[in-house]
Design a binder for this molecule. Structure first.
Ligand code: FAD
Ligand code: NAP
Length: 310
């Protein structure tokens, strides 16, 4: 029986692991992917984390994991598929939990859910068919395949704009297709994007279809104001239209909003005593590395209080 199981080893889970080890808790971190670090692994540059301007996302993930390793945090590989509450029996002790993964089961007194988020799909014709053949959700991972070629990025947030900037360094031409005429991304990113000569913005438009033969050759774009449609010849479509929380396995266990974000305050305490949430899967205003690591630290403090019955 562990004191604490942390599910997910992105910034929130790794920060929680560091704080838990320093608090002397018997903690296990369960991660589904072979590498820790979460979403930052696929970003080429993180420029807003205090003290580490311009750090590569993968390197940052490695640094976070090394810190947890240095303190002796224990890790297990597996996808958590369910959590069961274990009845404490007749005495008045708090319930405990069984964490079920595709790789084994673990018992624990408390849990921090730090499963973060994943990218959304467009759900349009050709998207599935051409995934890996020109349709991608990760510019850092796949951008190099389109050196001196044309790429389209769809979205108007930080990820879309960062992707377009990144791709513009190697591609001959980059189109950014956005459904409104105003970007959501940080001003500093917008300014950089607008200064690039090989980037063209396609405003008020949505991507309706991806076309090609063996690989992507064009997309159909519709202007949402005029309903006018046009074809853009391209070798790639990078979809960057936001994220959704990875919390499906916890449905019914902790109160969520309509999109699956788990409802909790700064201490991460969910509607189920003993279960806490940290990072991008928590309902909150700002989803960033700095807020994820802060969540991890706060949740461990709340776990400690819970374990001593405060
Ligand atoms: P995540 O990073 O999503 O980590 C969650 C972890 O949980 C993952 O490792 C996942 O594999 C694991 N997991 C999920 N489900 C399960 C399960 N069922 N069982 C076991 N393990 C599971 N923020 C910034 O501050 N600055 C930036 O420059 C920046 N750039 C970004 C660029 C990109 C391309 C993206 C996508 C995001 C960026 N962000 C940036 C946002 C930042 O990455 C997130 O806010 C942060 O990673 C959230 O951390 P997290 O630990 O909550 O979740
Ligand atoms: P986001 O901020 O939610 O932006 C999603 C974008 O996609 C929005 O512009 C949205 O349009 C558009 N969109 C949503 N659904 C769409 C659809 N079905 N069709 C077409 N367009 C659609 O998501 P994100 O850019 O992926 O960022 C995720 C999180 O990571 C954010 O919290 C972000 O701040 C963070 N992040 C931060 C940094 C950084 O700080 N440098 C870098 C990367 C990511 P509307 O604008 O019209 O809603």
């Amino acid at each position: 029986m562990r004191d604490l199981i942390i599910i997910g080893s992105g910034p929130a889970g790794l920060s929680a692991a560091v704080y838990a080890k320093r608090a002397g808790l018997d903690v296990l971190v369960i991660e589904k992917d072979p590498v820790s670090g979460g979403q930052i692994l696929i970003t080429y540059e993180v420029d807003n984390y205090l003290g580490l301007p311009g750090i590569n996302g993968f390197d940052m993930g490695m640094k976070f994991r090394e810190h947890a390793d240095k303190l002796g945090a224990e890790f297990a590989e597996g996808t958590v598929t369910a959590i069961e509450t274990v009845d404490p029996g007749s005495d008045s002790k708090a319930p405990t939990f069984k964490v079920i993964t595709d790789n084994g089961e673990y018992e624990t007194k408390t849990i921090i859910l730090a499963t973060g988020a994943s990218h959304n799909k467009l759900g349009i014709k050709g998207e599935e068919e051409f995934t890996g053949k020109g349709v991608s959700y990760c510019a850092t991972c796949d951008g190099a395949f389109f050196r001196n070629k044309v790429a389209v990025v769809n979205g108007g947030g930080d990820v879309a704009v960062e992707d377009a900037i990144f791709l513009a360094r190697g591609c001959s031409k980059v189109y950014l297709v956005h459904r409104r005429n105003e970007l959501r991304a940080a001003k500093i990113l917008q300014d950089e994007l607008l200064s690039l000569p090989n980037v063209e913005l396609v405003w008020d438009s949505i991507v309706e279809e991806v076309k090609g033969d063996a690989k992507v050759s064009s997309i159909t774009v519709k202007n949402v104001k005029t309903d006018e449609k046009k074809e853009i010849e391209t070798d790639a479509l990078f979809v960057a239209i936001g994220i959704h929380p990875l919390t499906e396995a916890f449905t019914g266990l902790a109160e969520m909003d309509e999109t699956g974000y788990i409802i909790a305050g700064e201490d991460g305490a969910t509607s189920t005593p003993g279960i806490f949430v940290a990072g991008d899967s928590r309902k909150k205003r700002l989803r960033q590395i700095v807020t994820a690591v802060a969540d991890g630290a706060n949740a461990v403090t709340a776990v400690q209080d819970f374990l001593v019955g405060k």
